[in-house]
Design a protein around this ligand. Sequence first.
Ligand code: GLC
Length: 621
Amino acid sequence: MNMETKKMNKKTDKYKERLQRHHDELRWLYMELYGNDSMFAELCDNMHRFYQERKDTLKSLDMQREAHPDWYKQNDMMGMMFYIDNFAGNMKGVEKKLDYIQECNVNYIHLMPFLDTVPERSDGGYAVADFRKVQEKLGTMEDLEDLTDACHKKNINVCMDFVMNHTSEDHEWAKRARQGDGEYMSRYFFFRDYSIPSMYEKTVPQVFPTTAPGNFTWLEDAGHFVMTTFYPYQWDLNYKNPRVFNEMMYNFLFLANKGIDIIRIDAVPYIWKELHTQCRNLKQVHTIVRMMRIISEIVCPGILLLGEVVMEPEKVAPYFGTVEKPECHMLYNVTTMATTWHTVATRDVRLLKKQLDIVNGLPKDYVFLNYLRCHDDIGWGLDYPTLLSEGIGERSHKEYLNNYFQGYAGASNSRGELYNADPVTGDARFCGTTASMCGIEKACFEQDEQAMQKAIQLDVMLHAYMFMQSGIPVLYGGDEIGQVNDYSYKEDPNKAADSRYLHRGAMNWTLAENITDQTTVEGQMFTRLSELEQIRKQERVFVSNADTWTIETWDSSVLCIGRYFEGEKILGLFNFSEYDKTAWINETDGEYVDLISGRKMQASGVDIPAYGFYYLKKING
Ligand code: GLC
């Protein structure tokens, strides 16, 4: 047997071994949901086909990662998310910017939705018309493969969205369903009249109460209602139909085979619907995610599943599954993100401390993605029972936060806009970039140098705190240079009604040329973030499964986070107020050094300037 054949056999055995390990559970789950032997057999055949089609380089990467299952929990993991057109025009453009990405210390990029969509009905690309075609303006599937190859050569991981809850109404299936083809109608939720939809509406909340009210859309030409949880042109898929599940799994494997490392399962809590329920987080959703995890562990174990669960912590954590039956590898730390902005507005870290304690109390193997801003709005999903115990009501507090971040409250320097303000519930979410919310936009407009320094300081402090959290930090592209809100979306009729485009502006490469010029905002932001990122890469204590906890500082504006890993300890101190403070901590176990200034100091009674922070590392020995 020559070397090549030996290698081939090893890889075939690998597949068999993985299949054997997982087959019974997969079959069990599939039968529980669908009770359909022939569809299961078809699924297995196709899994094998996708495995055979998988490139050798990807199969080798799979094996490497299987041998080191903690590969993504290391302290060098740092993400950045961006829209391809905004960032670099198209896929080829992104390939040319990989050096810049590395300069940002980023080794994982989330390419925002790039699959085929109709511009007038795209929801930022989350309405997919063809899962196997790249939007023409961005490139081709070959360009995607070239890009993932180029990324892998530089050890950069690539993440993409898998929008599995719905298709665009321009998808082939939807077009056929619209023409009355029963086979395709059964892939969605079609109703002849409003009687059943009206029953759903009694229990199902609304995602876009202002921009897309209701959960159903009347199709005049088809003479039917169709379920549309999001926009009217995003038709919910019916996962009770095994054909939908199988086909979507083939799409998933097809994309995985293009060299994708991280699959972000969009809007995952919504994928199973039952009458008389909220149609969120139903137990069948977990069966489906578990099946996806098993399928990927058999065909492409090098990939990670990232669940998008924008819900309160008790609903998020179950998407990790259990140790024996894991579901997602990673989830967003969404409540912590929202609570962070609450803290910025109130200068009171107590709720944030409590929230971090909840996250820190979860098993260390759970990996959260930490972020300050993303492409979506900020929903004020805070711990209201706790706030109420202090006399702070939900409705009035949301109003306060929205006013604050629009810049209406006295001590606010923020700029931004409301999103989906609901006149009935009084609820509204918020849009804006980190820099604008920290005051950089206002200070720039007013040419107020002192205010600018304060704004930059707050922005950098927030990043320093975000890097200290347990998990993997993800930058929102443009934040590294302090990019502000972009109001030009108002002139584009396809975007004007959706204020999320406020923080989806194009990367300003002219400003990015300033990253080494310390007299500019870009230069200061980039250099200071870079310094923190370097520290994070060098210090093992930033691995995602380090012990992480909070420490009481006896000042309600100062947060202290401790991290410990294999004998190394670090304390992060963060002042969320514009006044100088003292952190009344008392860690008397030795001397510390501030990793940023290099200054040796004691970790007790630490004076900390306005919006200041320290990374105090314990000096061993
Ligand atoms: C996710 C996306 C959001 C999109 C929605 C519908 O929540 O992050 O941008 O509107 O899914 O696909």
